[in-house]
Design a binder for this molecule. Sequence first.
Ligand code: GLV
Ligand code: GLV
Length: 308
Amino acid sequence: MRRLSELDVPVVVHPDPDRPPTRAELLAGVSGAAGVIALLTERVDEELLVAAGDQLRVVANVAVGFDNVDVAAAGRRGVVVTNTPDVLDEATADLAFGLLLAVSRRVVEADRFLRSGAPWSWAPTLFTGLDVSAGATLGIVGLGRIGMAVARRARAFRMRVLATGRRAHGAEAAALGVQPSTLDELLERGDVVSLHCPLTPQTRHLIDERALARMKPTAILVNTARGPVVDEAALVAALRDGVIAGAGLDVFENEPEVHPGLLGLDNVVLVPHIGSAGLATRDAMGLLAIDNVAAVLAGRPPLTPVTG
Ligand code: GLV
Ligand code: GLV
């Protein structure tokens, strides 16, 4: 955050980086601000915009996703909203691929087993799992910047890649051997299905009971996008009943709560929304947010604005 000092305006910083501000602290803290740098844990809505006041010019969200921000309400008040795309693509794709490998090869389950002290010896079927590099099919739901970075990894692992999204039809996807697909086809054919779409009214519960039922009983779901894209109760039932084989989850429907049904399952790997948590990536996200605020306050166009 060194460059906060270069903003040439007084800066108020929430004092405890490990605890989000309470709503009351947040509303009081933004009062009178010309710019707000927000984390995805903060709801930026009409109430917050009013609490800030009419001098507010920019809200810089330190995340690529901006479902926590009411962009239309900001637009009505002439407030620019920015996010942090691009700088976190590789880190997030690394985590998605890490979850893909961890669930496929049962790494966390095997680690728990070994630590339990249970007797074991090498055996032909001990912790057998999905052969990722033997032509397994990956379905990428929402082939954007992050999905494309996942596709590059999948290509190195010689996976077949299907994808939904506008960019699935483009030259970059074709060069990576990505086949454009419908959601249903991707769900039916995917050995692994990885979610990379934003959370919008259209994608809320995109992966519901019906979608899960289309997947193979051997399939694995990976979610590093947003929790509410998946109906978490339906996912718990599908994992418990063998409708699908496993899941790797970085995000949850009601963060920071995790559905209790997930915690008892062996075939899931759960991590606390750390997709972009590379050290350099987090610095880059913070600096991009600061640069966006600095640009707008100086009367220049923002670097990475979003539209609703
Ligand atoms: C993290 O979840 C982000 O949207 O950047
Ligand atoms: C989504 O966050 C993307 O940029 O792919």
